[in-house]
Design a protein around this ligand. Structure first.
Ligand code: ZN
Ligand code: ZN
Length: 228
C-alpha cells in the first residue's frame, strides 16, 4: 500500500506572487508539518495549567471529538474542552488546488478567539489543507504558540480508495493531534521514527509512529514544565 507524500513540489503554474508572500510569512511565523525548512524556535511555553481547546472548523463528528478529548487529556495531563466551532473560511479555498490554505484558517482563529498564553487551541477540520510549497499538510502549528490545526481528510482509508477503517482513522487523528499540540507546546521534530514528534512525510510515517512521545521528547516536555 502506498500513500502520496507531501514533499513533491506543486506544479509550477500554481506558484504565484501571492504564494511567495505566504512562504515568507510562514518562514517567519509558523512551523509547518511537512516543510523541510527549520524555523527559529520561540520561547517554549509549557504551563502546568495549560488548557487545551478543541475547535471544530466545519462539521466534526462527536466520536472523533470525544476520542481526542480523552486521549489528549491523558497525554498532556491537561484539561481538554470542546470549544464552539467555526465555519470553514471560504477565503482559504484555492479552486485550482481544490484545497484550503491552513495558514489562512490559523489567521482566522486569531480573530475568533482572544487567547491567553495558558490556552492552546487545536482546530480540527475535515477539509484537505495545503501550504504553497507542499502538495498537502496533515496539520500546521505555531511553534510555542497558541494555535494548531489538523486535517482529517487524508487520514481516512477511503481517501485512497480503500475500505474505511474507523479504529485506524481515530488512531491517526490522535497522532496528528498530539504532534501538532507538541509543536504548540514548544517541541520540534524528533529523529526517532516511532516518536509522535517524528515528521510525517506520508501516512506510512504516521502509521509507523506511536501516539506518544519518545523518552527524549518526554524529558524535554517535563523539563520545560518544571521551569514554568
Ligand atoms: Zn510537525
Ligand atoms: Zn521524540
Amino acid at each position: 500500500m502506498s500513500y502520496p507524500n507531501n514533499k513533491e513540489t506543486p506544479k509550477k503554474n500554481q506558484l504565484g506572487n501571492q504564494n511567495i508572500i505566504y512562504i515568507i510569512i510562514l518562514i517567519l511565523v509558523c512551523f509547518i508539518c511537512g516543510a523541510s525548512i527549520e524555523m527559529s524556535i520561540h520561547k517554549t511555553s509549557i504551563h502546568q495549567e495549560t488548557k487545551i481547546y478543541l475547535l471544530p472548523v466545519g462539521d466534526i463528528d462527536e466520536e472523533t471529538l470525544e476520542t481526542l478529548k480523552s486521549r489528549l487529556a491523558e497525554t498532556f495531563h491537561r484539561n481538554v474542552e470542546i470549544h464552539d466551532g467555526m465555519n470553514i473560511p471560504k477565503k482559504a479555498y484555492n479552486p485550482q488546488r481544490k484545497q484550503y490554505l491552513s495558514s489562512h484558517i490559523l489567521d482566522e482563529l486569531h480573530n475568533l478567539v482572544s487567547s491567553s498564553e495558558k490556552e492552546k487551541y487545536l482546530a480540527i477540520t475535515g477539509v484537505d489543507l495545503y501550504v504553497p510549497q507542499l502538495n498537502f499538510v496533515f496539520g500546521e502549528a505555531e511553534l510555542g504558540g497558541q494555535f494548531a490545526i489538523i486535517s482529517l481528510a487524508r487520514l481516512h482509508q477511503s481517501f485512497y480508495g480503500f475500505p474505511d477503517d474507523r479504529a485506524l482513522f481515530l488512531e491517526r487523528t490522535v497522532k496528528e493531534a498530539v504532534h501538532e499540540l507538541g509543536h504548540a507546546l514548544g517541541l520540534r521534530h524528533c529523529p526517532n521514527p516511532e516518536c509522535v514528534m517524528h515528521f510525517s512525510n506520508s501516512l506510512v510515517d504516521t502509521d509507523r509512529k506511536k501516539a506518544v512521545f519518545c523518552s527524549s521528547c518526554l524529558k524535554l516536555f517535563e523539563k520545560h514544565k518544571e521551569h514554568r
